[in-house]
Design a protein around this ligand. Sequence first.
Ligand SMILES: [Zn+2]
Ligand SMILES: [Zn+2]
Length: 169
Amino acid sequence: MLQIDLRELARGPVDTRADVPGTDPLFEGVNVELSEPVRVAGRLQDAGDGRFYWRGSLTTRMAGQCRRCLAPVPVAVTAHVDALFSRDPDALEDPSSYLLAPDATAIDLRPAVREELLLAVPQWVVCRDDCRGLCPRCGKDLNAGPCSCPPAVDQRWHGLVALRDKLRD
Ligand SMILES: [Zn+2]
Ligand SMILES: [Zn+2]
């Protein structure tokens, strides 16, 4: 359950636990292929003055892709969440804070789950640290061996060649 009734919170902290399928509309447009449900854990509590703290974690796995060679890379995603829900718009400086409508009768953790997941997704995935990537010219996977493209000419050499010619004159 990710919608917690404020009357329930008034009685004490509430454990938040849910598995949200990777195909849930909540994750539409996140541009990440989740290969496992997002496991949500944590505890929500009333901190007074219309503020509520949610401390928890999200764990899942995503189907990533190596940025150098485009090979599929399974990636474990874990996020520790420290979120604030507040009725006061001025209290929302932190990126992990969410506005609660004045007439809200429940706290919906789902938008926070989406946001926190997005923050936790690695932007740069490589299959291994020394991945050689693809040849920018022929597209061959250089992890499988060198391609037959002529070696690239380093632009810096042009300057040296010109200098050498000048010194010769
Ligand atoms: Zn790679
Ligand atoms: Zn090549």
